[in-house]
Design a protein around this ligand. Structure first.
Ligand SMILES: [Zn+2]
Length: 91
């Protein structure tokens, strides 16, 4: 890990600590954590899982951990689907 990467990890951890998520990076769950998307490094050649045959350009993240990877559309859909699940749980 480079110094710049370590610094970025510290900044992310600080943000999460301030928000009260002290288990950041240790475990992630689509049911317990806010989901967000992050771009994948351009050198990654992982394929998307949705059948579009494109490269997985984004990751679906929860609590600092990658839960899935796919094209921008499939990650957005994954977040939407799981947020919907969250809504129905409270309803
Ligand atoms: Zn796709």
């Amino acid at each position: 890990m480079t110094e710049a990467e370590k610094e970025r990890m510290r900044q992310i951890e600080e943000i999460y600590r301030r928000n009260g998520t002290d288990s950041f990076g240790q475990w992630g769950s689509v049911d317990h954590h806010t989901l967000y998307t992050e771009p994948v490094e351009p050198r990654s050649r992982r394929r998307c899982c949705c059948g579009c045959k494109r490269r997985a350009t984004h990751r679906g993240m929860a609590n600092g951990l990658a839960m899935m990877a796919g094209c921008e559309w499939s990650v957005a859909k994954w977040i939407r689907d799981n947020h919907h699940k969250e809504d129905s749980k409270h309803g």
